[in-house]
Design a protein around this ligand. Structure first.
Ligand code: FAD
Ligand code: NAG
Ligand code: NAG
Ligand code: NAG
Ligand code: NAG
Ligand code: NAG
Ligand code: NAG
Length: 494
């Protein structure tokens, strides 16, 4: 044995493996990765002046992953090569779609390779077969108008900037789920690159177990490079009624009582986002509601009238194409919610029933907290869904996602000035989240994985009943835990 190696091994007996000798600072990533990539791929380092404009930025800067390098693959083979190479050198990696996710688990990703999927811009619409095929670089708005133009529709989420595949691997909740179910209910197949670098298709007929897992736990099993969805004939010719209402905070109780009164009748055509916030400029509490109704003005009117009856300070109602509803909501301010690079996290609660008394108290506590803290710009929002379509999906087509019963998702979107206030914000929102959970109709905390804060644990993210099978599939498809840093599935759950 060469003497220098013998000395090294003797000096560092526990480190004598290729794995632990790896040192990000002294490794030439270009030399490792460049040779195997296609000409369309590129490599970007954080010290380059154009780094931030060359790669997908994150929505939240809270608990961000720490990347040593960003690689933008252009082909499935590139993704395969990056995964295999990273595995060989035992370099951690994380896929980035639209960058909208934020989880404390991301902060554990250090010195990693960022696999930025923004080159995957596939978009195919087949109106005969009723199929949409897209790549993971595609946000909702990048195909919504194309579907509208051919009279089709798909259940997307609220904010037009979110990537369809990134949302789908959680569930893809949205204002249209009352019509056709969740994004996962429209999903028909995916192509993904697995932890071992294999390219596989998962659908109801191929790798059925993996297809089940992808629908709710999809960040844990591979990198999806293409997804095919069923598309539907657009209701009401693709046009919907979009209405916005702004209220003085004094209607707090009345607004939630209205919502509670709809618990048995909330129609499937309707999507609704309600927001409570503290208006610092005006030093005043405020509430708002934005609704979409996939039907005629006459059909929407009874619902609009009930919002008007509470006495908005301002309101409007218009008929618009569905693809523009996300930007139009909030009196045309919908794009504000897409601003990136802002420090925030989002504890949230899924509920089965509306409890006006609890919501009124929780909103008041939110205002009290915000009013006296100028560094806090958080909001509370509620999205309301009709669950008839999501609950009608047969058991064997449901996938993992355990939140089909959610009539509402309530989210504390905590915007504030940085880590110095992490504890104070957590200590404020944690009891509020518990109050909402206590009257949610579930008797315990449940939420949607893509809105989760990250401290809920795998039973909440994936459903206790699903964990034995998920854990088994994890051992089969990703035994070394390469994926899922955000919301890890335990490898040995039983
Ligand atoms: C403003 C805003 C509005 C939102 N509105 C909605 C909504 O209406 N409905 C809804 O359902 N959700 C909504 N979300 C939540 C959204 O679904 C999640 O943030 C989702 O993770 C976004 O996907 P992304 O690709 O943009 O995020 P990223 O942060 O890039 O990815 C999130 C996670 O998924 C993994 N991932 C991403 N792409 C792939 C892929 N192709 N293959 C495998 N793993 C992948 C990443 O590694 C990461 O772990 C919203 C989020 C924001 C910030
Ligand atoms: C890293 O490798 C690339 C390609 O092999 C080479 O051009 C570059 O000079 C190397 N960088 C350093 C710092 O050695
Ligand atoms: C890129 O953005 C990060 C914050 O996300 C910032 O810290 C850094 O200074 C930026 N780099 C450049 C070159 O602008
Ligand atoms: C809101 O309502 C309160 C109580 O009715 C009233 O005092 C206040 O002036 C109102 N604010 C605005 C901006 O209308
Ligand atoms: C959902 O909508 C359907 C049809 O509009 C309606 O029959 C049903 O009662 C609604 N469900 C709930 C829980 O409101
Ligand atoms: C905001 O209003 C409250 C009373 O509602 C008052 O006590 C406080 O001084 C006001 N703050 C500012 C900055 O005007
Ligand atoms: C889409 O909505 C925005 C915001 O309301 C509006 O400014 C724009 O004119 C709309 N575009 C079309 C084509 O309707």
């Amino acid at each position: 044995m060469h003497s220098y190696l013998a000395a090294f091994v003797a000096g560092f007996p526990l480190l004598a493996t290729a794995q632990s000798l790896f040192d990000a600072r002294s490794t030439n990533y270009t030399a490792i990765f460049a040779s195997g990539l296609s000409s369309g791929a590129s490599i970007h380092f954080p010290n380059q002046p154009d780094y931030n404009t060359s790669i997908v930025q994150r929505y939240s800067t809270w608990d961000q992953p720490d990347f040593f390098v960003t690689i933008k693959p252009a082909t499935d083979q590139d993704v395969q090569y990056v995964i295999k190479t990273a595995n060989r050198y035992n370099i951690p990696f994380l896929a980035t779609g639209g960058g909208h996710g934020s989880e404390p688990g991301f902060a554990k990703v250090k010195n990693a390779v960022n696999i930025d999927l923004s080159n995957f811009r596939e978009k195919k619409i087949d109106t005969k077969a009723n199929r949409l095929t897209i790549g993971p670089g595609m946000a909702f708005f990048e195909f919504e108008k194309d579907l509208y133009d051919v009279g089709k529709h798909i259940p997307v989420g609220n904010a037009y900037c979110v990537n369809m595949i990134g949302a789908t691997i959680g569930a893809a909740h949205g204002p249209y789920q009352g019509m056709h179910g969740l994004g996962i209910d429209a999903l028909r197949s995916v192509r993904l690159v697995t932890a071992s670098g294999d390219i596989v298709t998962a659908s109801d007929t191929q790798n059925k177990d993996l297809f089940w897992a992808v629908r709710g736990a999809g960040a844990n099993f591979g990198i999806i490079t293409s997804a095919t969805y069923e598309i539907y004939d657009a209701p009401n010719g693709g046009n919907l009624v979009e209405a916005d209402f702004a209220y003085n905070g004094s209607v707090n109780a009345a607004l939630w009582q209205l919502l509670e009164s709809w618990d048995e009748t909330y129609p499937r055509e309707m999507g609704l986002t309600m927001v409570a916030s503290f208006n610092r400029a005006a030093n005043a509490t405020s509430l708002s509601a934005s609704m979409s109704f996939f039907g005629t003005k006459e059909q929407a009117q009874p619902w609009v009238d009930q919002f008007v009856a509470i006495g908005p300070t301002r309101w409007q109602s218009q008929t618009i194409p569905w693809w523009n509803a996300s930007q139009a909501q909030g009196f045309g301010t919908g794009s504000n919610s897409c601003r990136k690079g802002v420090y925030n996290n989002h504890p949230s609660v899924g509920t089965k029933q509306t409890n006006a008394e609890t919501y009124t108290k929780v909103v008041q506590q939110h205002w009290d907290f915000a009013a006296s803290r100028p560094w806090f710009n958080g909001i509370m929002f509620l999205q309301r869904f009709n669950t008839t379509a999501t609950l009608a999906v047969p058991k064997d087509k449901q996938g993992v996602y355990p939140g089909r019963e959610f009539g509402s998702l309530i989210v504390f979107q905590n915007f504030y000035d940085g880590p110095a206030h992490d504890t104070e914000v957590y200590n404020y929102q944690n009891p509020l989240r518990a109050q909402l959970a206590a009257t949610s109709g579930f008797g315990k905390l449940r939420t949607y994985i893509n809105y989760a804060y990250g401290d809920e644990g795998p039973e909440v993210w994936y459903g206790k009943e699903n964990l034995p099978k998920l854990s088994q599939l994890k051992r089969k498809w990703d035994p070394l835990n390469k994926f899922g840093a955000g919301n890890p599935i335990p490898l040995n759950y039983s």
